[in-house]
Design a protein around this ligand. Sequence first.
Ligand code: SAM
Ligand code: GLN
Length: 290
Amino acid sequence: MTTFAQSVREYENRCIEKDIPAETVMAFLVELSQRERYDLYANFDSAMPEDLQREFDEGMARILQGEPMSHVLGYSWFYGYKILVNGDVLIPRYETEELCAGILSRMDEFFGDRDEIVTADIGTGSGAIAITLKNEEPKVKMYATDISEEALVVAKKNAEINDAPITFLCGDMSEPIEKENIKLDVLVCNPPYIPQDEVMEKSVTDFEPHVALFGGEDGLFFYRKIFAHCHEVLKEKAFMAFEMGWNQREAMTSLIKEYLPEMSFEIVKDINGKDRMLYVYRNLEKEKNI
Ligand code: SAM
Ligand code: GLN
């Protein structure tokens, strides 16, 4: 007989040996068992049921090989929504939840009195951002695009299981929005922004789609593309919201001055104190300290 405690401790030690965060073990067990963490701890010295033990062992074997837990489970949680993931989409990140919160508060601030807020999520991947914005702000009319047909299959499934009405379009950055002659109040994009040559963790580069990660030599390829075309898709008064790399502040600032000199912008830090979110305002006056 193996108890919960014995099994968890053993896998935590094996994770530490492999430089995998030990918290992964409990997080995985909570999802597999569909039980609350306190309930598991309260029964930590009881025997783990055989079926659960088998699933736990099989899953942990994959996690110890470096596979992301979300791939083993087949889903991840984002802003309280269950988001299916596989190798065709980026696993949504915590930082991106912060981006969504920032967008929702700015929608309130600028467009609170509107009946409709026309919004596009460019490079939607799993659909996490689009689903969150649509469901948290029902006034949003949501479009979501991606260049990857495979990603759109996953995004559509996620929109369905989360009851989020979204129009999906396939194409290069803002091009499908322009083609359909859609004019946006809000353009959101978490583009691939990792510089081409950056060395990354194997669990990311081996398991997540490279089309979702790499943004050319300096990581800024897709921002240039959007900045160059955004006038065609934005309404007169509109804002754009991007995720960005923690070390891209200077390069981003000069890019905006070059492409969008008439717009104002701010770069906001994430919860870890790293530059992470970029908001660009077209004919909107941003109040300070909101
Ligand atoms: N929006 C998702 C999120 O925040 O979790 C995924 C973001 S991921 C960093 C970037 C996404 O952009 C991927 O889904 C990728 O397929 C898509 N992509 C890459 N190149 C693109 C392009 N030229 N046009 C549109 N989408 C693109
Ligand atoms: N934050 C992701 C990572 O570090 C990358 C996301 C992106 O390029 N937009 O793996």
